[in-house]
Design a protein around this ligand. Sequence first.
Ligand code: SF4
Length: 459
Amino acid sequence: MQVTAMDIYRLLPKTNCAECGEASCMAFATKLSQKEIDLELCTPLAADELEKLENLLAPAVREITIGTGDKTVTFGGDEVLYRYELTYYNPTPLVIDVSDNMDDKTFRKRVKLIEKTEFERTGEKLKLNAIALRNASGNNDNFAEAALKLKKSKFPLILCSLDPVAMKAALEKVGDERPLIYAATENNVEDMAALAIEYDCPIALFVQNDLEKMKELSRILRSKGIKDIVLDPGTFVGDGIGDTLDNFVMIRRLGITEGDDDFRFPLLGIPAVTWLSEKDEVEGGIKEATIAATLIDKYADILIIHGTNIWELIPILTLRQSVYTDPRKPQAVDPGIYEFGEVNEDSPVLMTTNFALTYYTVEGDLKSGKANCYLLVLDTDGRAVDVSIAGGQFNGKSVADLIKESGVEDKVKTRILMIPGLAAPVSGEIEDETGWEVKVGPRDSSAVAGVLLKLKENA
Ligand code: SF4
């Protein structure tokens, strides 16, 4: 159940002392309910109330961190079933597997590839997050040696073996780095639990397609005082994807809606199992990406993936970014004037809005087209061109204000403004308010550089 500002307010001192930086306790409670401020900023809070508030604010799904120092990744912490009810926190970490039976060169090459994989979208660098080491050799020494090699990696680890002896061998090498132990099962739960306690590591619980058994084992782990538990009910491909989704959805409902303490833990999915039955690189990559995307939507908190082709990873990373974008905050860039290429007093002046996706698309098109121009970015509260025209944020007055505030009239002699094709309905209004000549540009910014080139040739 979502905690409201009033639930929090009842436990605050209600003195409005402003020591937290907020004008009132209610303002603080409102921000705290939205996770926009830290509880500890309310310094007058008595110890009893602090404890009550900490319990009240504990997320429905436990937040878990693996790794230590600057090698960490945090996941879980979910509060709601549907993103529109609040937002989703902690984007699903994408973990790539490596095996302890790879030769040294292949092993290091794969780790380097994992660490280097990234691409930029809407100003954000999208990256992979952790490495899962599989005890594919079945040999304890190999597993421990490979774990030791991964100490040099910049990513946190998941150690994958169902054999407690192999797990202990690896933990002796990297247990101080707080890897996720994968996994406790019905057959090894006591031994794996003992390792999780000894090394103070989070532990995954793997129970395939049997939520009753999962509940029983989760309770055993909890009864030993283990708090950081990750649940894996199995990832099934092909016709089994329905069961996979059913299990994920049921566990999340039990955790959030029913408040069942045995299920209030993050969910782990393993799209990498695709490769157990699929050998074709393209087919396998497409299937694995599809399963990963499906599980990000419902409700995987961490995923282990095998494919490293960028064409497979880009859709997964893009979807993750979109799902974990806070719907309460418009994705916007700073409004103002931006320069592209070499500009002078004769350079053309273009305009777009400060919706991040629009801006970075235009930016990419101008850069790849090697355009030399000024770009005025209008503050539309992060709305796209057509939406801000409809909403009234993109109008003659707002454009006139931007021209004035940006100082563009001191930078160029020309008084010609190219607006996006979708802004054509307000072109006359802009001319009236600004005194500039308005040219309606293409609807698609990929054509802008070509248009600028033609204008230059005809000048
Ligand atoms: S510091 Fe605490 S008591 Fe003071 S205004 Fe903020 S929330 Fe209220």
